[in-house]
Design a protein around this ligand. Structure first.
Ligand SMILES: C[S@@+](CC[C@H](N)C(=O)[O-])C[C@H]1O[C@@H](n2cnc3c(N)ncnc32)[C@H](O)[C@@H]1O
Length: 210
């Protein structure tokens, strides 16, 4: 699905004034000193066409950024932006762990990638494995009329990880992800089905590893 959308993706989300990457990266930027922004090694998990990378540069992150995505065509567009030092094609599942050693990243962002038919909540622990202790994983979750079951599972998994002292939900806020007023009547994109209410949660998870 994302492979076939890759070429039109950036144009389509521009029309929708897609705000999720700026929301996630803007939140991350408030947590990090300017000096650290220059050297942080960052993973853009489910990078798609690289809009997260664009936001990271916009908010002053100058270090190495690695993109990981399951869709080769999306990564091709991301690569053209010349922001990422590596673009890794990989589908993260509970049986296909991330291709990185423990404690690799200073920051992980994941924008609109945890959801139905995408990354499942039981992969969060694997994501935390590659994050350095005490550092942050910022993710957005799209609200969708059909995803209540997914959201329940996600919240259950977050509670489980907190209960075993692996991480804390450091903040959670609801924000508008899409500006519906600006959306044109594009028949090909079924906006209601694909983007539900146009809002998202932004979670900031702090990893403890102790
Ligand atoms: C809605 S797009 C978001 C892309 C980008 N983060 C953005 O905000 O524009 C979701 C992306 O997640 C990728 N994806 C979904 N499930 C994945 C998985 N299990 N492993 C790796 N990538 C996945 C898709 O290929 C797609 O590029």
């Amino acid at each position: 699905y994302y492979n076939s959308w890759a070429k039109k993706y950036d144009d389509d989300v521009t029309v929708m004034t897609y705000r999720a990457p700026d929301a996630a990266v803007g939140k991350a930027a408030t947590l990090i000193f300017e000096k650290e922004k220059k050297r942080f090694k960052i993973l853009d998990l489910g990078s798609g066409t690289g809009l997260g990378g664009v936001s990271l540069r916009k908010f002053g992150f100058q270090g190495e950024i690695i993109a990981l995505d399951g869709a080769a065509e999306m990564l091709k567009v991301a690569r053209e932006k010349q922001i990422y030092s590596n673009c890794n094609e990989h589908i993260l599942t509970s049986t296909q762990p991330l291709p990185y050693p423990d404690d690799t990243f200073d920051l992980i962002i994941s924008v609109g990638v945890f959801g139905n038919n995408m990354i499942q909540p039981d992969c969060i622990q694997e994501v935390l494995r590659v994050l350095k202790q005490g550092y942050h994983f910022v993710l957005t979750i799209r609200m969708h009329s059909k995803s209540t079951e997914y959201q329940d599972r996600l919240e259950g998994e977050l509670k489980r990880l907190e209960a075993i002292d692996l991480m804390a939900v450091a903040s959670r806020k609801k924000f508008m992800c899409y500006n519906w007023k600006d959306v044109t009547a594009d028949k090909e994109l079924n906006h209601n089905d694909q983007f539900g209410h146009g809002s998202a949660y932004l979670y900031r998870l702090k990893y403890f590893n102790c």
